[in-house]
Design a protein around this ligand. Structure first.
Ligand code: SF4
Ligand code: SF4
Length: 300
């Protein structure tokens, strides 16, 4: 089984729409949505009901036992995150500010402060019959990198439990270059970057390439809405050529995409220019995933 991650430098580049089309083209046995801060692959694939859930606990957070607390204020003085507030003779912790460092438990002379598990989100699994692993991070919760790792682990466990071994699993990655992206890239066979044809899009692409190379993950690149800025698309192609990166093609701007997405369809559900371009990129991507050492000859 090969793992492909689709990422972009920022949100709104069409990453999830393209990932959903890849899953549809592959016959969709299994996938994961690693964009746990804003998961929406289940919407693009019209997945209706979550089959099973599992609580996700991030770092523990502090709580103060009001019955033990003497209100001395030591914890409030030592909390570097201003997460403790004095209140009617005792202190309370604001869980949305608490970073779980544990200092308050060390300084409290009355043993009133303690660390407790904090439910930061929920892992979700769909089986319809596409096996899809995703999660929701609760508002104000961090540790999305840990949650991404759990999303991938849960998909792996579900595949093993059902004795499924799909040729390729597509993973919708988070935007940007933060901790969740690093967690998503780890263990992937190929990372596909959906680049935007703009100055900032090329800058994002360079940062993603640096990250993926640091993690020793093979990369492929495509451009979404490349015809909007041919000169920036040409710059992406040139960058790929210089860095020996697999450039798989450009998807044209196509108003049909919005219509299809609004109808709850993928862009390969009905013939359209963007869908044809994505299908061509999908073919090249599978070829690259299966034969990464072969000369692919993918430049225009
Ligand atoms: S665990 Fe750290 S961040 Fe949280 S309340 Fe205690 S001192 Fe503040
Ligand atoms: S250090 Fe302990 S006793 Fe003092 S205010 Fe904080 S929780 Fe209460």
């Amino acid at each position: 089984m090969k793992q492909v991650l689709v990422v972009s430098g920022k949100g709104g580049t069409g990453k999830t729409t393209i990932t959903a089309a890849f899953i549809a083209l592959s016959g969709g046995q299994a996938c994961a949505d690693c964009d746990v801060d804003a998961p929406n692959l289940h919407l693009a694939l019209r997945l209706q009901e979550v089959s099973s859930t599992e609580d996700f606990y991030g770092l523990p957070k502090a709580v103060i036992d009001a019955a033990r607390c003497t209100g001395c204020g030591l914890c409030e003085q030592h909390c570097r995150f201003d997460a403790i507030l004095g209140q009617e003779g005792h202190c309370v912790v604001d869980p949305f500010r608490c970073e779980g460092c544990g200092v308050c438990t060390w300084v409290c002379p009355a043993a009133a402060a303690a660390m407790q598990p904090w439910k930061a989100g929920e892992l979700q699994l769909y089986r319809q019959p596409l096996l899809a692993s995703t999660a929701r991070l609760h508002m104000g919760s961090g540790n999305s990198g840990l949650l991404v790792t759990d999303v991938k682990r849960r998909l792996q466990s579900a595949l093993e439990a059902q004795a499924l071994d799909p040729a390729v699993v597509f993973n919708d990655g988070p935007p940007g270059i933060g901790c969740p992206v690093i967690a998503s890239m780890t263990g992937m066979d190929v990372v596909l970057v959906v680049a935007e044809p703009s100055v900032s899009g090329i800058s994002d692409l360079k940062r993603l390439v640096k990250m993926a190379r640091g993690l020793h993950v093979a990369m492929a690149i495509c451009v979404n809405q490349g015809d909007i800025s041919p000169q920036h698309t040409a710059a992406v192609v040139e960058f790929c050529r210089e860095r020996d990166l697999q450039y798989l093609g450009s998807i044209p701007y196509d108003p049909t995409v919005v219509e299809l997405v609004n109808q709850g369809k993928t862009i390969v559900d009905q013939p359209c220019p963007a869908g044809r371009a994505v299908a061509a990129i999908h073919r090249k991507l599978l070829n690259f995933v299966m034969h990464p050492d072969q000369e692919q000859g993918m430049f225009p």
